[in-house]
Design a protein. Sequence first.
Length: 239
Amino acid sequence: MKVVDFLKHKREILAQHPFELKDWLSPAIRDYWREFQQKAHLHPLLGRVLDFQADQQLLQQQAASQAQAVNSQPVLKENAVELSGEAAALYVALQSKIGEETHVGEWLQVSQPLIDQFAAVTGDHQWIHTDPERAAAESPFKTTIAHGFLTLALLPQLTGSVDEATPEFPSARMVVNFGLEQVRFPYPIKVDSNIRARTRLARVTPIKGGLELLKEIKIEIEGIRRPGCVIESLTRIYF
């Protein structure tokens, strides 16, 4: 068989099975194919294959972002995780709240007995926390201050997440503290200060069996411009 005839034969095969051509190419060639096509005037077959793939991916992304009714229950599919029922409904509802402040807690006074109780539990009796007389004489703050980890330990109370009378997600089977992304303590919380939490919803991600929420929490100190603590907290909700 002549070379010209061989190439024509292969061209006919690829025209009937265009996706086989895609499998032969490296990712770099796929990414830059259109540029090669413009500069070298190569055969447009692969360009049509890649255009078709791009259109299919776009359609899949659009479909994943919309809820569909299945037996009167919404179903969502995002990041290869399929949500249905209450999880899908909550996902849709929370999308509109991303970036918004979702909770402002009640004021809580950080008293010396509260600090002392935390020191007793953790074994952290450093004088800047537990010795008012020495703190008044030697500390730059002129008084005792709360442990940073005490502030973190108060998060459930400050954010209202342990109030069984008014749960944030009443339809959830289980709500789990999954961890912290980042924690900073910009300003010391002095004894007898009043603090409260302000929570903003930053992200909602589908996971197997439920949702993962990233919340940005600022611990506000009454009368102080700077926050006592800034936290990125991960919560997982299971249905």
